[in-house]
Design a binder for this molecule. Sequence first.
Ligand code: LLP
Length: 421
Amino acid sequence: MDHFELNNGVLHAEGVPLDRIAAEVGTPVYVYSRATLTRHARVFRDALAAVLPHIHLAFAVKSNPNLAVLRVLKAEGYGADVVSEGEMNRALAAGIPAADIVFSGVGKSRRELTAAVHAGIGQFNLESEEEGVELAAIAAALGKTAVCALRVNPNVDAKTHAKISTGKADNKFGVAYDRAADIYARLSGLEGLSMRGLAVHIGSQITDLEPSRQAFVKMGELMRELRAAGYTVSHMDLGGGLGVPYKVGEQLPGPDDYAAMVADATKGWDATIMFEPGRVITGNSGVLITEVIRVKQGVNAPFVVVDAAMNDLARPAMYDAWHDFVAVRPTGESMVANIVGPICESSDTFAMGRTIDAVKAGDLGVFRTAGAYGATMANTYNSRPLVPEVMVDGDRWAVVAERIEPETVLAAERIPDWLAG
Ligand code: LLP
């Protein structure tokens, strides 16, 4: 459920008509609904809290790192899952306490590890033995202790798009399941580290709960083996990954189904269970408004050329992802069209041969379910601006990220002396 609905024939975000935002800010522009964000944060949290005695929620910042979004989620009791110093600094800037931050990521640099130790980050999810050894040395030299979990690769197929699957043996993430106990034992003996648990994350946009269940059961077995050998395992981080519907009417397992599966798979664990949800919180909380530049005749179907492009919303180009497209002022008519952006490559295509609300040049439309992995993956390809972001709250709204104009990017570039003249 979200708060993007038709009201008097105009698509609104909560109480604000989207054409008003488009007129004032320009297009393309991302719009987030605060009420939807809050609702999703609560539904996910409450579903898990109802069945598990000890949980810690760390919002996956990568899905939507906007400062205002982080502030909304902090107020709902979420910590943060970060994967870079930049994300860590955003989470801290939003007021999320360092102790509630989990630092994940396969390639944390020395500089990042050092900054995170200084900041007092709550948990490092180590992705390798090598990383653990390096972090131990950094922390010990500073006279500190880094609290850690070991990310394990359970070799389970999440049955999602290959590019967002992370739990198979061939994927770069975590340590091999069969070596995990030995590595945990070695890292537990290092000065500077305090090993407190295990972490797993098998992929994103997961729509079948069975692979996650299998992974969690395997993690439970490893937890018991480590405890039997005398090691502390008080925290189990089960990652993110729960998928969201991208098409109207699509029925997928929701937070309640997920919570029931987790409760069953983790029965008797006696541990704090941690989660790193991203998409399930932010996905349906955002739309991307775009204006139709022109409708061009095609051989099989007309091309609706919109002013948003793959640099603004990369998911269709990268993962063949589907985003519903609807008109801001639908007429009741429909058309079959290809929706494309202005960028000079064929991957800049949002939909082919799709039945959509009829639109013409100058009309506004939105791509739905664009709140996760939307603005955060935007870039300036073709020297286009970096897309702005707006948050709506009831009848009020604010620009929460300004458009960054190509001139600003250009101003950071230099012609060296030896090319001048
Ligand atoms: N934890 C870890 C360690 C992760 O790598 C991820 C996502 C998450 C949590 C959050 O997963 P979520 O709950 O959002 O599924 N750009 C892609 C998605 C990449 C996901 C990367 N990792 C897309 O647009 O579909």
